[in-house]
Design a protein around this ligand. Structure first.
Ligand code: AKG
Ligand code: FE2
Length: 313
């Protein structure tokens, strides 16, 4: 059900290019981030530079999703393509690119597949988006770690990140329809950044159980702390349940950058976060091994499996 609430997510401004650790402004923004994730596990990050890629980005996504469905399904490996299926939704289609913060990967793993003769505008646009979004995510993650007093792990954690780019298209729907375009779920990665066109639909559940309709402004990302970060912080913060309900007869495009631990890296709770009052809650895990388990559970129709169940003590 689409229950409109008056709650609005906090908006935090990251547009200042000189936002650097150790400055007064950094500390002020960090305090806002900490407050927002404590309250909502989610906030709107305004970042005016993103407006430069807005038009080309959604143009490139339209170009991609306008390709014949069969072409996409046949050309993109199974694991990376989701198209109108039972588990996600029949209204949703998405393509995933690993390590999208490296230009060559976008070229080889996406552009070359569909345009063997090249399409440099397409590659350049997706790369610019990933570069801006991953740069912003690094700042946000560093602030979160600092706010929990574990910033000494920031470089290691950020260096072992796979920046997965997921391009998504949701079919438009009649306003009276209340079929979810993407079912309610928790993201399993570290931090999620979402950037959408003008069609709204994302809903986030607050810790009190109410659903907020998210209506980001064109210069804003939606930022969520996800399950891997919650586990790494020994349960110190939550990740928000969210879903998508499109109630406009217009396609919704959304580009998501999912900061995810790289396969082969052991994600382990820092010893500073474990003591008598806060006993160790989760075992170390390798995200890729978890994903294998997670996908096999999903394939069996078990939608409740998640990282916390997988590695809880
Ligand atoms: O389209 C959106 O806004 C949300 C997408 C999402 O939740 C996901 O891909 O995990
Ligand atoms: Fe999600």
């Amino acid at each position: 059900m689409n229950c409109e609430t008056m709650v609005k997510l906090p908006v935090i401004d990251f547009s200042n290019q000189d936002l650097k650790p150790g400055t007064l402004e950094w500390d002020l923004v960090k305090a806002q981030v900490r407050q927002a994730i404590h309250e909502y596990s989610c906030f709107e990050a305004s970042f005016d530079k993103i407006l430069e890629v807005r038009k080309p980005l959604f143009g490139a996504m339209e170009e991609l999703f306008d390709l014949p469905f069969q072409t996409k399904q046949l050309c993109v490996p199974d694991k990376l393509f989701r198209g109108y299926n039972r588990l996600s939704s029949r209204l949703h289609e998405s393509i995933l690119i690993d390590d999208a913060n490296v230009a060559e990967n976008i070229e080889q793993r996406l552009t070359k597949i569909f345009w063997p003769q090249g399409n440099s505008n397409f590659s350049q646009t997706l790369f610019s988006f990933s570069e801006l979004a991953s740069g912003l995510e690094k700042k946000i993650r560093r602030m979160i770690l600092e706010s929990f007093g574990v910033e000494k792990y920031a470089d290691e954690l950020i260096d072992s990140t796979n920046y997965m780019l997921r391009l998504m298209k949701y079919k438009g729907q009649q306003p009276q329809s209340n079929e979810p375009s993407l079912r309610a779920h928790y993201d399993q990665n570290m931090v999620t950044l979402l950037y959408q066109n003008e069609v709204n639909g994302l809903e986030i559940q607050t810790k009190h159980g109410e659903w907020i309709n998210v209506k980001p402004s064109p210069d804003s990302f939606i930022v969520m702390t996800s399950e891997s970060l919650s586990v790494w912080l020994n349960g110190r913060l939550r990740s928000p349940k969210h879903r998508v309900m499109v109630t406009e007869n217009k396609a919704r495009y959304c580009a998501g950058l999912f900061a995810t631990p790289k396969g082969g890296y052991q994600v382990k709770i820092p010893e500073e976060l474990v003591d008598e009052q806060n006993p160790l809650m989760f075992k170390p895990f390798d995200y890729e091994e978890f994903l294998d388990y997670f996908s096999s559970q999903l394939a069996k129709g078990d939608l409740s499996a998640g990282l916390k169940a997988y590695c809880s003590i």
